[in-house]
Design a protein around this ligand. Structure first.
Ligand SMILES: [Zn+2]
Length: 354
């Protein structure tokens, strides 16, 4: 069979499953009326129903990032993606910031190779890329191993492009330029006003991404003033802009675009189950189970009775989360996070009001 025929067959199979899931949801609702209490469920474009997404990337594990950028981000509850080189002195100088502070505050560490020097042969390439990946995995136990990768500007790789691709696959890496790509931010390139890229992402309702090197000092420098202007803007607009790590937005958008069904089942007047299914064939799984790498919850929005004020959501062994309902265009919705492909989430009324 050709790959195309197989793809078509998989597509048909998924379609059949989807239709079947919807039938099952209707059939299992207690009576015709319970399921009609709830509107159509859908996955929002970005996390939490926000209008845009924005990522800040930082290369080379520079001193100014550990000493200035990270504390300023932490003060405002903002996260970023840091492409690190664990084999370099400048990384070791701030080891505690990279290894304790970053995971604690939700920052992402990403593979920029051990020494930022490329590789003279295949063996060294495997070590430079693979050891950095293993190093980072060790700092995030139990988390997805899927991470962004940048091989380092100005480095020489004495291995073929194809071989580098194989190594990226071996260590579950995707390009750090994925998605919207990124604007390399620096005062010497344009105005240095990083905030304009965040404003643009919000205006267009898209995923935006900037890449920094030095902040206030070092190389390819963005001034502190311009950096803080961006942070203050993002903090002030956090309800509309999803400020997240590259890995989280990458996973969210990959999963979102692979969704085949959002189905409701076991509906009663005070509870329902919601399942989100993604087609594994639509994402790169690196030979792993889908949910092992794609662990970012998707935000589901479903219409609920006007009397619902608060509700809880629990899924599998995960903790139970309480949410307030939201009003959109005069209608009441439950909006909550669900992990795809790991079974249904139970949504239950916690408090009526109004
Ligand atoms: Zn670099």
């Amino acid at each position: 069979m050709s790959a195309q025929v197989i793809a078509t067959l998989i597509g048909l199979f998924v379609l059949t499953l989807t239709v079947h899931a919807v039938d099952a949801a209707d059939a299992s609702a207690s009576g015709a009326d319970a399921s009609s209490l709830y509107g159509k469920a859908e996955v929002t474009k970005f996390k939490g129903g926000r209008l845009a997404a924005f990522c800040m990337q930082f290369d080379d594990s520079m001193d100014c990032q550990a000493e200035f950028a990270i504390p300023e981000m932490n003060k405002r509850g903002l996260v970023g993606t840091f492409f690190i080189n664990p084999g370099l002195d400048r990384y070791q100088r701030h080891k505690e910031v990279w290894e304790a502070v970053c995971p604690k505050y939700g920052h992402e560490l990403a593979d920029h190779t051990m020494h930022h020097k490329g590789a003279k042969d295949d063996e060294e390439a495997d070590y430079e890329i693979g050891e950095c990946a293993r190093y980072i995995w060790g700092l995030y136990p139990g988390k997805s191993k899927l991470r962004p990768f940048l091989s380092g500007g100005g480095t020489t790789w004495n291995v073929t492009r194809e071989r580098r691709g194989e190594l990226a696959d071996k260590y579950f890496l995707f390009s750090g330029f994925t998605g919207p790509g990124r604007v390399s931010c620096a005062d010497e390139r344009g105005t240095g006003r990083a905030v304009v890229y965040a404003e643009k992402a919000l205006e267009e309702g898209v995923w935006g991404q900037v890449g920094f090197h030095g902040v206030g000092e070092g190389w390819i420098v963005t001034s502190r003033e311009h950096f803080l202007e961006l942070l203050d803007y993002l903090a002030a607009n956090r309800d509309e802009i999803w400020v997240a790590t590259t890995g989280d937005v990458f996973k969210y958008t990959q999963e979102r675009d692979a969704v085949t069904s959002v189905s409701l089942s076991d509906a009663t007047e005070t509870s329902l189950k919601v399942s989100v299914e993604c087609a594994e064939s639509k994402v790169k799984t690196y030979g792993q189970p889908f949910a092992a790498l794609y662990d970012e919850p998707l935000t589901v929005r479903v219409g609920v009775p006007a009397s619902w004020a608060r509700f809880t959501v629990s899924q599998g062994a995960g903790r139970t989360v309480t949410y307030d309902t939201v009003e959109v265009d005069g209608k009441r919705y439950a909006q909550f996070d669900v992990r795809p492909n790991v079974g249904p989430a139970l949504v239950a009324l916690a408090e009526q009001g109004r």
